[in-house]
Design a protein around this ligand. Sequence first.
Ligand code: GLC
Length: 494
Amino acid sequence: MDLVRSSGLPSSVVGMASPGPEVSEDYPIYLWLDAVRHAERALKDLKGVITAFNVNIDALHYIRPGEIENMLSGLDRDLFNERFRNPPDKIDVAEDLLAGLLLSMKTGRGMEWIIRKKAVSDWINENFQVDEYRMGGLAGITANVLARLGVGKIYPHVASLPRLQAELFEGENIKIPTISDGFVAFEGPLGAVREYDEPLIHWIFEYHSGMKVHLRGGEYIVTPNANRFIAAFDDKNTRLHIDDSFVKGIGEVIEEVDLAIISGYHLLSVAESFAEKINFTKHLFKSWKKSSGLKIHLELAYFTDLRILSHVLRSLSDVIDGLGMNEDELIQCLSALSGKRVSVEPANSSEKHLIDGLIYLMKALGMRRMVVHTRDFCVAISDKSAKEDILHAMAFGNLVAAAKALSGRHCGLDEIRSILSGGRLHVSDEGVKALNSIANRLGLRSRELLRDGSAEIDDYRLWFIPTLIVDKPLSTVGLGDCFTAGYCLLAYRP
Ligand code: GLC
């Protein structure tokens, strides 16, 4: 698809003389151009954003060919086989780590397991090279994305702030509340360093599409797509530790905050009094809402314990304004709320599954707005009164993520604009297929869904865009968080 050619043709779809049944390559690029314009305006209006609760250090390791086979040869094969067949969803020994990693590689699904023994973290340290340290956790990544986009004040919650963590923040408009002499002061990340805090390290194992790993005998797996497996060694975020200075500090500036982007519950363990912790945050949100018209977006992540997910959803749904997740997390929500294990459907029927799943969730939780972002498309569902801001929000979220996938950096608006016109992004074919199949399911022609970007279904409105994608993302971790930051900027505008 020639983006530059179609970029000047807003009528390429709307005014098409004889629309065929299938969506062609002429997806209206003006949607993304408009989205950037809207974002520019939103950035001017926005006073402050809270990003909470999970900030950590991501230690990235790119899997090399032959490496996993080597690791496996030094491990207990029977134990590994057993853990590969019956995934423990947490890591106590190296065999668990390899089982999780290979399961993720086999299915191409992003997964995150908690390391419970320091010995495993030491073992990883000795056996895998850290290719790069990066900002980790939704609260940290979205803070950086928003800072690059030019948001005036960003208040992340940071459970642990050693120097390495502070150095990963990108900008002085990131303000961290610290208490000294009983008073709250807001410092830039480096000014707020707490030298004796422990670094919270999450190992990110990234793999490409088409990587082959030999198991025993002639058996092997091939990764169906690029993705990552996360092994987190993190004593604070797994307890949903919330810093006092954050609670006090935010209380003082809350009137100057328009938006809170929340995540981090996925790291909680059932061994903690998780219901109490979740409840504490619910009270916090309620107190924020009393003093401010802020909107609260809850972004999910991969939960290893569905009891916690179910509790989070049921307990917070009446205090949050919207919910975001990826396709794997949607399946987790359905399993958690229905109490049945919802299996991953074959790709060709997954759109039906997705739409039915979204409607089920909206009803079960009484929510007003949700978004699911995937590599190939985004779909949102809202009450019927929602405005088309949602479409721009999805398009902008998509662009922020695509710009990161292409450049490896968090980009400002100018860079995003030049990437959009640079011709290196293209509309996902899979996304267009999904659009066709959703249109079929709704009894619409794809053209209509494409032209309007939305359609009514049951008591709701469904919003859909295929995404602009990069064929070979430099890395995949954090792309969902980039989407979330961009989406939230526009989705909750008054
Ligand atoms: C999860 C992980 C974190 C990673 C993030 C990326 O929150 O815990 O390490 O940076 O996902 O989305």
